[in-house]
Design a protein around this ligand. Structure first.
Ligand code: ZN
Length: 214
């Protein structure tokens, strides 16, 4: 059985090397996070051999999204409209502004259901080495927003990486300029997680990000 799988993979590999269009597709799929050449191969052959209508639907949906999804003019998250639903919602608390690194971070926070304020999406994190400075991050836009809107609290939800911390620190200083309180989300032990199996950095962060127990 295992031998057959190997043979199959080998056969596909030889085949795909001969077909330019498949090679091109493989390169495109392999660029996706978590997808290697082998997985790409499986996707491609699945679509070509078993699900051509699905393949055409995928191509159409991809094309549509790439052409029409843009960044919200206020918070920069992804949206089909000029201003996204969260930004245009009147039921959300305008005084709280949560800063995240990517639109998918918003999705995760929204799923938790505990936040009802507004957002601002950075274009990643400060990384001078990669040429990502304040302007590239969209911090000018953030500052513009702070001058226009009555924000009482900035919640820093950048990642618990060195870059994320530097970015958080930078925004904290920016907020000080406007006398806005900043809080940092506590990155800590996952629910159900045991200290013994948690890495030292996570524990250190969880400890330093601790808040009043009530
Ligand atoms: Zn928005």
């Amino acid at each position: 059985y295992i031998c057959n799988i190997h043979k199959d993979n080998y056969r596909l590999l030889i085949l795909s090397k001969k077909i330019k269009m498949i090679e091109k597709l493989n390169k495109a799929f392999s660029k996706l996070p978590g997808v290697g050449a082998k997985t790409a191969q499986r996707f491609i052959y699945h679509l070509l051999e078993r699900d051509r209508p699905g393949g055409l639907d995928l191509a159409k949906a991809l094309n549509e999204a790439m052409e029409n999804v843009k960044n919200c003019e206020r918070c920069r998250t992804l949206t089909e409209k000029t201003v996204c639903e969260i930004c245009s919602s009147t039921s959300r608390d305008k005084s709280q502004l949560c800063i995240v690194e990517t639109p998918s971070d918003i999705h995760v926070i929204e799923q938790s259901g505990v936040y009802s304020g507004k957002y601002f999406v950075l274009s990643g994190y400060l990384s001078p080495i990669d040429g990502i400075g304040a302007a590239e991050l969209g911090l000018d836009e953030l500052e513009g927003l702070l001058t226009k809107e009555k924000v009482n609290e900035i919640i820093l939800a950048t990642n618990a990486t060195i870059e994320g911390e530097v970015t958080a620190h930078y925004i904290h200083n920016l907020a000080k300029k406007y006398q806005i309180k900043t809080t940092r989300i506590a990155h800590g032990i996952p629910l159900g997680g045991e200290l013994e199996y948690t890495d030292i950095n996570t524990i250190a962060h969880a400890l330093s990000g601790r808040k009043d127990y009530n």
